[in-house]
Design a protein around this ligand. Sequence first.
Ligand code: NDP
Ligand code: 8X3
Length: 251
Amino acid sequence: MQKIALITGATSGIGKATAEIFAQHNIHIILCGRRQERLDEMARQLGKSVKTLTLTFDVRDRDEVFKQIERLPEAWKNIDILVNNAGNAHGLAPTDKADLADWEAMIDINVKGLMYVSKAVIPQMVERKTGHIINLGSIAGKEVYANGNAYCASKYAVDALNTGMRLDLVQYGIKVTAINPGLVETEFSLVRFKGDEEKAKNVYKGITPLTAADVAEVIYFAVSRPAHVNIADVIVFPTAQASATTVIRQG
Ligand code: NDP
Ligand code: 8X3
């Protein structure tokens, strides 16, 4: 039977690459994000090989999240794989200078948004006693670094939610996996630095960062294990990185 995956943040970076690799392996996909045009284009591309459906919502909008997931057509209701990927860093500033609105955005999107989507999707997995939830954490959810403050807090929360989900849902045969990447070149740094391309580029200067496809391959590896195997928690670094702040740059 063909599986159905719901991927949040499918318009860019890791979510987009995950949708692409899932499509290559014949998994039907519910593509979620805020940028409708990008979702439409992805649905057009991936729709050549698998069935796709797009849902446009901001994960911060609790009512909209529940409304759209509850209203899924019958054929799409049984979601086998949930990829909780939507999220970003907003700002990189010390605690005393950081913008409180940025802090709120990261908690609202990375933590509360992930909670809303999970609570909307999990009941049918519990009822069917099957499912796989992939939570995108980060090395920032394993180590706090200077100026990382609220982004790290949001990813530590994802780490705790991931473990909590695994403990609570194991009785239903639901797999829960955390994928925790280090430096991946996507739109992530552009968002963190509010569109400043120079600053975004500097994050990856002198190293070969991970690509979104590198991370997507790890996600696909996790979802393609046999029924009795759960990849619980993975850290993925570029070779030049050994911790959140230990990065060997050339030149
Ligand atoms: P991108 O900026 O490339 O992608 C972020 C995705 O999240 C976009 O598809 C965006 O879609 C979606 N998104 C952001 N805010 C919202 C929102 N409010 N509602 C709905 N969707 C939203 O970044 P990445 O692909 O790098 O990031 C994906 C995940 O991986 C994040 O959780 C990030 O924290 C994590 N991560 C990234 C790392 C990196 O170095 N890049 C390292 C470790 C973890 P749209 O704008 O269309 O809504
Ligand atoms: C993204 C990786 O190092 O910018 O989660 O926090 S880092």
